[in-house]
Ligand binder design. Structure first.
Ligand code: HXC
Length: 517
């Protein structure tokens, strides 16, 4: 029997109505095919992301608005929306279908996406956007632009309330890229995803400059140069796995706690007492210290390829989520430049918004000096990290490993910015600057006048190291709570985090602060 599907008349018999429904459902999910080889369809991506069988679709029968030219009005209008679970916890998800109007946002598409955001906010669950589309649908004009603005407004309302994760699986072009930019994390697929405001064709037409989508905002460019993305995945499956892994550290909303896991010991055999080299200028990998402190030695690094001189990572300590911020002496001596400051500031604010305690490891020669950094605004942009730490009210525990010089001491989770428990290794040097620089400033004339200038310089450097090149002046003032043996670091951190679990720190009433942007 053939079933005529109409929008005006339905068959009378129940059995016929069920058949008609099935035919309509078949049409609604039809056309969901990948446009290019190696790409999953919009629905397949949702299936890969969510717990099997957990997806409840919203707006299945929503159809595209008539365009006036008699074109087909596809069901779904190019976006699949709904809710489901990941590891048994609720999430909302939208998945753009690039086979329908290039995945661009028309009126029905936009209304579905905005309704999903509202649902996520009402139910307090994370929202995941699978982006693969051409942005505002050109044929639908201002309506499409209006709905993008509506979406961005929802992104802002949701910021700090529910985690928002964007996955870019194809193009994410034009103003459409601003919605992912406001979300907390963006995952991109190597060689397959692009994010840019203006595409290569338009750039060439307007400026004559020749470029490529990859150079403008490919997954590697976005992860390592612009910092627009936080994770680089080898393929779509890895990208969706990254989302699941990321969510495993996060609460479903700002009023809940992250999941509590069974505590796991860190890997044994990392010789913490021997990690810091004897020579002050010598590099080492901060990750070795971090791995020896967190459960199972496991770190989920955020923006691993961007500003590698600072490490931002999610990890567990005694089964509880923590946000780790650490200078990385293996890259540019762990100095804080503009990129590192902005990367760490956004991460600190994310952790603070979602109640994730902050663990800071300092080995920092200070903020980076130089004409380029000054002219690019290291004062304004470096201040973001000061602001973020000072504003954060979650438990804050800091360990000074080696250098904590100048502004670097103040900003990297110092007591003065509101850290709760501050520890230092015996190798810590907390001072306004390093010995060579300090002696040069304080004793330039004495050295110039000396019979043996180098001998005098060495003597003065040694004297400075004895007084200022240790953690004890800070510890004597209570700026550091304890100087600890490196091998005991995890034990101290566990005790500190346990003690701080019930921390309460109300902020003064105000509309909001004015972070330097
Ligand atoms: C309507 C679109 C479209 C769009 C693509 N298509 N983008 N239809 N509106 N914005 C359609 C194409 O006409 C084509 O239809 C199909 O999708 C596939 O597009 P192709 O160009 O063939 O595919 P591809 O080579 O993969 O390139 C994809 C693309 C490119 C990079 C997305 O199409 C593109 O640059 N589109 C324009 C992007 C853009 O400038 N959008 C407006 C941004 S402004 P057929 O029928 O031929 O298959 C914006 C404002 C938001 O978004 C405001 C936020 C605050």
């Amino acid at each position: 029997m053939t079933v005529e599907v109409t929008t005006t008349r339905l068959p009378d018999r129940t059995a016929d109505r069920v058949l008609a429904l099935e035919a309509r459902q078949a049409r609604a999910v039809a056309g969901d095919r990948p446009r290019k080889r190696g790409k999953f369809s919009a629905r397949e991506r949702i299936d890969l992301l969510l717990d099997p069988g957990s997806f409840t679709e919203t707006g299945l029968f929503v159809r595209a608005r008539p365009t006036g030219d008699g074109a087909d009005r596809p069901y779904g209008d190019g976006v699949v929306t709904g809710c489901g679970t990941i590891d048994g916890r609720p999430v909302c998800v939208f998945s753009q279908d690039s086979t329908v109007f290039g995945g661009s946002m028309g009126e029905a598409f936009g209304e579905k996406t905005v309704a999903l955001m509202d649902l996520a906010l009402r139910t307090g669950c994370p929202v995941i956007g699978l982006n693969d589309g051409g942005g505002a649908r050109i044929q639908e004009g201002v309506v499409s632009l209006a709905l993008y603005a509506e979406l961005v407004r929802r992104n802002v309302q949701a910021s700090g309330v529910i985690p928002q994760i964007s996955v870019v699986l194809g193009p994410c072009a034009g103003g459409a890229a601003y919605s992912p930019a406001i979300t907390d994390f963006t995952v991109m697929v190597d060689g397959a995803s692009h994010m840019f405001v203006t595409g290569p064709e338009v750039i060439e037409a307007v400026t004559g400059e020749r470029t490529s989508a990859e150079e403008l905002g490919g997954a590697r460019t976005s992860n390592s140069l612009s910092g627009n993305a936080h994770f680089l995945a080898a393929d779509e499956t890895e990208a969706l796995d990254t989302v699941r892994e990321l969510l495993s550290y996060l609460p479903v909303n700002n009023l809940e706690r992250p999941p509590q896991y069974a505590p796991l010991p860190p890997p044994s055999g990392i010789p913490l007492d021997e990690i810091v080299p004897d020579r002050l200028g010598q590099a080492y990998d901060m990750r070795d210290i971090l791995r020896a402190v967190v459960d199972d030695g496991e770190l989920l690094e955020i923006q691993e390829l961007f500003a590698p001189n600072v490490i931002c990572a999610l990890a567990l300590v005694e089964g509880m989520s923590v946000g780790v911020v650490a200078n990385q002496p293996a890259h540019a001596a762990g100095v804080l430049d503009i990129d590192a400051s902005e990367k760490a500031a956004r991460f600190v604010r994310f952790c603070d918004a979602f109640g994730i305690p902050l663990l800071t490891f300092a080995d920092v020669p200070g903020y980076l000096s130089g004409v380029r950094q000054e002219q690019a605004g290291i004062i304004r942009r470096g201040a973001k990290l000061l602001y973020a730490y000072a504003e954060a009210t979650v438990p804050k525990v800091t360990v000074v490993i080696r250098k904590a010089y100048g502004g670097g001491y103040a900003v990297m989770g110092s007591k003065h910015l509101g850290a709760d428990i501050n520890l230092a290794w015996p190798t810590a040097r907390i001072a306004v600057m390093g010995a060579e620089g300090a002696v040069g400033v304080l004793h330039r004339r004495d050295i110039a006048a000396a019979e043996e200038p180098e001998a005098l310089r060495a003597e003065l450097v040694a004297a400075y190291e004895d007084t200022h090149g240790t953690p004890y002046p800070a510890a004597e003032r209570g700026y550091v709570d304890a100087v600890i043996a490196p091998r005991d670091t995890r034990a101290h951190i566990c005790r500190a985090l346990r003690a701080l679990r019930g921390k309460r720190a109300p902020m003064p009433e105000r509309r909001h602060g004015n972070i330097p942007l």
